[in-house]
Structure formats: structure tokens, C-alpha cells
Design a protein around this ligand. Structure first.
Ligand SMILES: [Zn+2]
Ligand SMILES: [Zn+2]
Length: 333
């Protein structure tokens, strides 16, 4: 789940003692709606609105970075490539650092105030002695952003050099353009469940690991790095082995299959870059509120996906999340 203005305002309201800290900024009567009205809203509207930050970063990249890089992207050159990398790394440090400061920062008033009571695991993982968790997480998160920036450069080069079809005018195919944009929230959750499930033991581990279990092999050698953050924070979400980064970012490779607009690729890519921040911050509402994925980090063999497209319920691995009065519980990782 991506954090947003609703979370920033909510944390501040909680800190200054306002009782209405969970009241949404928009749709204030949400809690009084019927079950089906809430479900329809969550699945049709909120799952898109809650990723406004990811979409804004993608849109800014399209409107600002593409005009100063794409005309030269038919050939590899340090000038345009470095601009793409700089934009990506700037986004990483601005948004990850900001949310880390809000939820764990030593100079921030919030983690030592009422927000502390919302922490799923009351131990502050970044204050434990001899803990190098933060340094590890920043290092591997940065490797993830570098890889996703490189993937962006590859697609820009493929499009600009005529090796891959795309279309430049978003509104030349309005229904198709909007349809693909709207499908991305569900596609991300579908893709995340399966690639994540793929990297955990494929068979039950109750009687020990089976010989030849590919999932167990991948877990031990690749995905276990992500699980070293059993008490996660904002920087934990993209803290993965580079091979897991490769698997994770294949969600944005769909332009290889059909002609789409670069904004479709950018939204999916930045969704994958940004959404894990709030999804791993380790706090209940009004912060990320992602008890669903927190339970996966705490107990491992449950909640592999997300509650929007809930494959865990289907396959019997769902561990009940802490129920909270907000549509945020249905957002992607
Ligand atoms: Zn996992
Ligand atoms: Zn995780």
C-alpha cells in the first residue's frame, strides 16, 4: 500500500490527540455505508485512488523526464541514461526517507508519541544494539531501484529505436488506455501473489522440507533475504536479493507482449517501487495499516498475497488481519 496525504494527516491527528484520526479526508461517511457499497467502492475506486502517489510519480516522469531523454534514447548515451537514473534515485530517497522519518525518525515527534501504540511489534528494530538492519535495507532497496531504472532505460531504448511497438498519444485509444491503467492495480496483486508464492516452499513444511522443493530452494537462497526483516519498516519492502528484484519487476514487462503507452509501463514500475513503503512500515492505521503483510513477515507461511485479490483465502493460507475501519485493508503490497 502506498502512503498518502490521508496517512500523514491521520498520524498528525493521532499525535495531537484528536479522536477522529481515522476519519477519511474524503468519503467521510464510509463507515456508515452498507457492506456491498463498501466492497464496490474498495474494489472499483479506492484501490486506484490509494495509489495516487505512484501514479503522480509516473505522470511526472512522462511529462518531465521523457521530453528531455526520449528523443535521444534510440542510442545508448550516458546523458539521457543518467537523467533517468537520477530521477529514480531521487524518488527513492525522497519518499522512502520521508516515510522512515515519519514513522521511525529520531528527530520526528510521531514515533515517540501516540503512534508508538499502533506498532505491530513494539520493539523499535532500528534502535536495537548491533543492528545493521537499516543499512542492509537501504543497500538492497537501492539495488532494486537501480535495477528498475535500468529496466526503464531498456524499454525506452526499445521503443525509441523502433524495436518494440508503442503509441505516443494516450488519448488516441481512450478506452484501451484507461482500461489498461485501471487493470494495473489488480494485475500487480495477481502477479505479486504468484511470484511470491513461487519463492516459498511449494509443499507443507509441517513434516520438514521435501527433497526437490524448488520453492524451498528459492526461499533459502533468495527470498530469505527479504525475510530477515521479520519486524519490518518502510525500507524493508524492496530489501530483496537482486534475483528477487528481477522476478518482482517482471510485472512491468508486459509491453513486450502488446503495444501500450509508456505511462502504462511507468505506472506499473513506480507502483512496484513505491507501494511497498506503506505496506511494510510496521504500523497499524493511521500509518500503513498493513497487518495482512506484517503477519507474513512475522509468521512466514501465510498471507503470501494481498487482500484485494485474496488468493490466500482460496488456498487456505489466509491469516486473519486485524480488522480496522478503513478501505485501506484492500490495497496492494
Ligand atoms: Zn515471503
Ligand atoms: Zn514483505
Amino acid at each position: 500500500m502506498t502512503f498518502g496525504i490521508r496517512n500523514i494527516v491521520g498520524i498528525h491527528r493521532l499525535h495531537i490527540g484528536q479522536k477522529n484520526y481515522l476519519t477519511p479526508l474524503l468519503f467521510k461517511t464510509y463507515e456508515k455505508w452498507s457492506y456491498w457499497k463498501k466492497e464496490a467502492f474498495d474494489y472499483l475506486i479506492w484501490c486506484h485512488l490509494s495509489h495516487a502517489l505512484d501514479f503522480s510519480i509516473a505522470l511526472l516522469c512522462w511529462l518531465w523526464i521523457f521530453p528531455i531523454t526520449f528523443p535521444e534514447a534510440n542510442q545508448w548515451h550516458i546523458k539521457w541514461v543518467s537523467r533517468v537514473f537520477l530521477y529514480n534515485i531521487a524518488c527513492e530517497f525522497i519518499f522512502y526517507s520521508f516515510w522512515h522519518w515519519m514513522t521511525y525518525g529520531r528527530t520526528s515527534p510521531y514515533p515517540r508519541g501516540s503512534l508508538h501504540e499502533k506498532k505491530f511489534n513494539p520493539i523499535n528494530q532500528y534502535e536495537e544494539k548491533n543492528q545493521h538492519q537499516l543499512l542492509r535495507e537501504i543497500t538492497f532497496t537501492t539495488l532494486g531501484w537501480l535495477q528498475s531504472a535500468f529496466v526503464q532505460c531498456v524499454f525506452m531504448w526499445l521503443w525509441a529505436s523502433g524495436r518494440l511497438p508503442y503509441y505516443n498519444d494516450f488519448w488516441s485509444r481512450p478506452f484501451f488506455s484507461i482500461y489498461i491503467l485501471l487493470i494495473i492495480a489488480y494485475w500487480r496483486e495477481f502477479h505479486f501473489y504468484w511470484v511470491h508464492r513461487f519463492m516459498h516452499p511449494w509443499w507443507s513444511v509441517q513434516n520438514g522440507l521435501r527433497q526437490g522443493d524448488i520453492g524451498a530452494f528459492l526461499y533459502r537462497h533468495i527470498h530469505s533475504l527479504h525475510h530477515r526483516s521479520y519486524n519490518p519498516g518502510p525500507w524493508s519492502g524492496l530489501s530483496m536479493h537482486p534475483i528477487e528484484h528481477f522476478i518482482y519487476y517482471t510485472c512491468a514487462y508486459f509491453p513486450l507482449l502488446f503495444s501500450c503507452h509508456p505511462l502504462h509501463f511507468l505506472y506499473t514500475k513506480f507502483h512496484a517501487d513505491i507501494a511497498p513503503i506503506g505496506g511494510h512500515d510496521g504500523y497499524d492505521y493511521p500509518a500503513g495499516g498493513r497487518s495482512f503483510h506484517y503477519l507474513h513477515h512475522a509468521f512466514f507461511e501465510c498471507n503470501y498475497g494481498g487482500p484485494l485479490v485474496n488468493f490466500d483465502r482460496l488456498f487456505g493460507t489466509y491469516k486473519e488481519s486485524i480488522k480496522k475501519p478503513s478501505g485501506d485493508d484492500k490495497q496492494t503490497n
